[in-house]
Write a protein of this length. Structure first.
Length: 149
C-alpha cells in the first residue's frame, strides 16, 4: 500500500505471509520500500502470529484514522476463519479478541471459511471469502445487510 504519511519512514508498505526455515506456522510480516522494486523486511518479529497454525492473506483498509487488517486464521483453533486487527500507524496492531468475522456456518463453508476481501459500497459491507465445504472450493459472500428482495 502507499503510505503518504510514511509511518515507517518509507512510502510503500507490503504485508506478506511469512514462514521461516524452521517455523511450522505461518504469520503476517511487513516489508517496506522507497520505489516498489526493492523491499526490506521491517522489524524482527511477525506483526500477527499465534506461533502455531496460520495467520495470513492480509488485506488493509482504512476507516477514518484507523487501519484495519483483515486476515484469516487457521489451525490454532479448529477450522479456518476470518479475523481482523486495527492500527493507527501500520506498525503496531491490536488483534480483535472477539468472535470471528466469518467462520464455518453453512454446507458450502462447513470445512473452511477464510481468505477475506472486504469492501464497503453504497452503505453495505461486502465480505468475500473462500469457502470450502459440500461444493468444494467456492467464493462466498457475507454482507452487513440482508440483500434479498
Amino acid at each position: 500500500i502507499r503510505d503518504s504519511r510514511k509511518h515507517t519512514g518509507h512510502p510503500f508498505v507490503m504485508y506478506y505471509n511469512a514462514k521461516g526455515d524452521t517455523a511450522n506456522y505461518e504469520s503476517i510480516g511487513m516489508a517496506v520500500s522507497d520505489d516498489m522494486l526493492s523491499w526490506k523486511r521491517y522489524g524482527e518479529d511477525p506483526l500477527i502470529t499465534r506461533y502455531k497454525g496460520i495467520c495470513g492473506d492480509a488485506q488493509i483498509a482504512k476507516y477514518n484514522d484507523i487501519y484495519i487488517m483483515f486476515y484469516f486464521g487457521a489451525f490454532w483453533k479448529p477450522g479456518a476463519f476470518d479475523r481482523f486487527a486495527c492500527s493507527y500507524d501500520l506498525i503496531n496492531w491490536t488483534d480483535w479478541d472477539g468472535e470471528d468475522l466469518v467462520e464455518p456456518s453453512e454446507e458450502y463453508d462447513k470445512r473452511y471459511a477464510h481468505k477475506p476481501w472486504v469492501i464497503k459500497w453504497n452503505g453495505v459491507v461486502y465480505h468475500f471469502y473462500t469457502a470450502v465445504g459440500s461444493s468444494g472450493r467456492v467464493i462466498a459472500l457475507a454482507t452487513s445487510k440482508d440483500l434479498t428482495l
